[in-house]
Design a protein around this ligand. Structure first.
Ligand SMILES: Cc1cc2nc3c(=O)[nH]c(=O)nc-3n(C[C@H](O)[C@H](O)[C@H](O)COP(=O)(O)O)c2cc1C
Length: 117
């Protein structure tokens, strides 16, 4: 993460939030960033959520709050960054979700190119 220009964090939704594993990553890397001169500052970050039914926005917010408090820059998309699916590969059938991810990728790449021009 310290070496990356852009960081994508993805999680399924467990009890309307990110998984405990993702929360552990957020807590440890956020602490380490702060303790080392805010190493995540001005990196570009996007959260990506897979959800069976409900809680995607709450889970995405958990990731976005992490990006914002670490002074990262967050691009948007044509919808919130979520796609619907229960089993691996299911999200591919969510046409709007796939378009959201495509637009997100384009906006993230555009932003990274501007920052590093
Ligand atoms: C413990 C647990 C809690 C879940 N909570 C939610 C939930 O709050 N909302 C939802 O839409 N789906 C929920 N699901 C369904 C998952 O989002 C969905 O099955 C996901 O694809 C699981 O990803 P995984 O196979 O990587 O664990 C839950 C699944 C598990 C195992």
């Amino acid at each position: 993460m310290a070496e990356a220009d852009g960081i994508l964090l993805g999680s399924p939704v467990y009890f309307s939030d990110v998984t405990a594993g993702m929360k552990a990553l957020i807590e440890r890397s956020g602490f380490v960033s702060r303790a080392n001169g805010n190493v995540l500052r001005r990196k570009v970050g996007a959260g990506v959520i897979a959800v069976r039914r409900a809680g995607s926005n709450h889970a995405l917010s958990s990731i976005n709050f992490f990006f914002l408090i670490t002074q990262m820059i967050v691009p948007g998309s044509s919808y919130w960054n979520m796609a619907i699916g229960r089993h691996p590969g299911d999200v591919l059938a969510d046409e709007e979700g796939m378009q959201t991810m495509k637009t997100l990728g384009e906006n993230m790449a555009w932003l990274l190119q501007k920052i590093h021009a």
